[in-house]
Design a protein around this ligand. Sequence first.
Ligand SMILES: Nc1ncnc2c1ncn2[C@@H]1O[C@H](COP(=O)(O)OP(=O)(O)OP(=O)(O)O)[C@@H](O)[C@H]1O
Ligand SMILES: [Mg+2]
Length: 594
Amino acid sequence: MTELNSNESVDSSGSFRLLMSYVFADRPLFIKALLLVVIATGLDVLGPILGKVFIDRFIMPDDYPLWPIVGIISAFIITTVLGTFLQYQQTLKFINIALKAVLDIRKRVFSHVLKLPMAFFDKARTGQLVSRITNDTESIKDIYVQFLANVLSNVILLIGILTAMAILNIQLMLIALLLLPIVGGLIFIYQHFSGKIVAKSRQLRSDINATISESIAGMSVIQATNQQQPKLAQFNEINQGYYQTRLQTIKIASFLLRPAINLLSIIILVGVVWVFGRQVVEGVAQIGVLYAYLNYLGRFTEPLAEITQRFSLYQQAMVAGDRVYKLLQEPALVQFPNHGAAIEHGKLTVRDLSFGYHQDQYVLKKININIQSGDFYAIVGHTGSGKSTLLSLLLNFYQPQHGKIFIDDHLLPSFDHDTLRNGIGFIAQEPFILSSTIYENIDMGRSLGQQAVEQAAREAHLDEVIQQMPDGYQTQLGEGGLRLSTGQRQQLIIARALAGSPKILLLDEATANVDSETEQVVQKALNRLRGKVTMIVVAHRLSTISHADNILVLDKGELVEQGNHRELMRLKSGVYRSMYELQRQERKLAQLQA
Ligand SMILES: Nc1ncnc2c1ncn2[C@@H]1O[C@H](COP(=O)(O)OP(=O)(O)OP(=O)(O)O)[C@@H](O)[C@H]1O
Ligand SMILES: [Mg+2]
């Protein structure tokens, strides 16, 4: 497992910077939103002051002049209505910022994932990755909505209230100020207890995703091997764990946050009423000031409670942000200075190549190969000898630990991605079919044109089959669409490889499920390309490559024999010869049984 799976701590300086960069991405929008908050808060805070004026100026002296009273009531209505309207506008603006940010972060994460080296995907779990790109980016939205819209506007509201209190009576303001450090302390304690649990619950949630998506992908295997019960048990355990951690976070939050703050504010309230009440009785303070102050104090704890409550959301979002940030920090494929040329000849040179998926565990050892353009090379060897691995390296999927690969005398990594993709056709051991149309499955986003696609299908002997399908080339494949047979799938990916008119063709022969008819199709396609395209074919049935220009024999990652069929058969105790004899006997046996 990769780092993705480790228990993350909440060290978020990097992710914080990333998130902040989005806040200021659309500066005018942010400034507008901020201005709206300030104005809306100002209007909001004005209410109690108007009330105070009303009490001290009109009610207490028992004097009710018509026009001033109409004025003050109208002012009250206008500030309330306008304040509410601006509040709404401000929320819209912040949500806009948030959604824009998520849109962009998601795009960035996905395009980064597309650039990651194959080695990353060997270790990552699909479900977890999916959860990074969807759930975690969604949680990041919470940072913006909850944090920006809520915390920011509540902080501004606090400042507004404190200012209004100071205008009323500075001593009273100072008493209210006492609340702040206490709440700060509460948040600190909360963060201390909940941080790790929040991280753990996120991890468990992504484990739930991973388990589900793995199970669905491998459903036939699970049912065939009767793994339903163990899988269910495994799932239940994770699910139960998630429930427990969620419960824990809620327990901590509901104990520490709002109730504690409410209690505090009541204590302060009682104290203030006691002290202030006496002052009023003694005629020092005005009764309107007390009204306004109590009004403010009631609302003072509101933003504090909001902030602390949002804090848990904020915390979750920060953890998510952290994980997305980590994913973005995964090093992408190393790209060498690009020389800009296309693959012209298809000459291939492998020099002193050693490679292991894990350090010090070499799967390929000191391989040297020289392939002239137009040559037909075969790679054979027992299962696990490193044949597919060698092809992966020729495709620049992995970085070899030692040695170099050249195409047309240029270093392999110095070709840009598109050039390699267009210049090298690859027919993988396990065909991968997109859930899309046949056309798209051959074209693969390369915009090759109808003609090239149809030509390739003809070469792979698939054209006729496609013509008979209801929607022809627009027939939908994959999930919810048509299911091709294994042989047809093989033909489809041959067409895909040929469509780009590659200079080099790499073919990893399927190990099983290929009937002799499909095999002949592959043979015919290869024969037609012979001499025009450099071909490297990994073969399991040696009969299919006996006419190759050169056969490379791999044994436990080492290149042990090399030559054409006749040369290799001359080696009395050679690996190739023994493999060939074995397959011949197997064929004979099969014929006898038939
Ligand atoms: N993605 C991977 N991560 C780690 N180890 C791998 C990976 N792919 C292959 N290996 C290991 O590398 C070795 C060579 O595997 P490779 O797939 O190249 O063999 P192969 O010759 O193609 O076998 P086959 O004939 O069965 O297709 C094997 O021991 C295998 O376990
Ligand atoms: Mg293989």
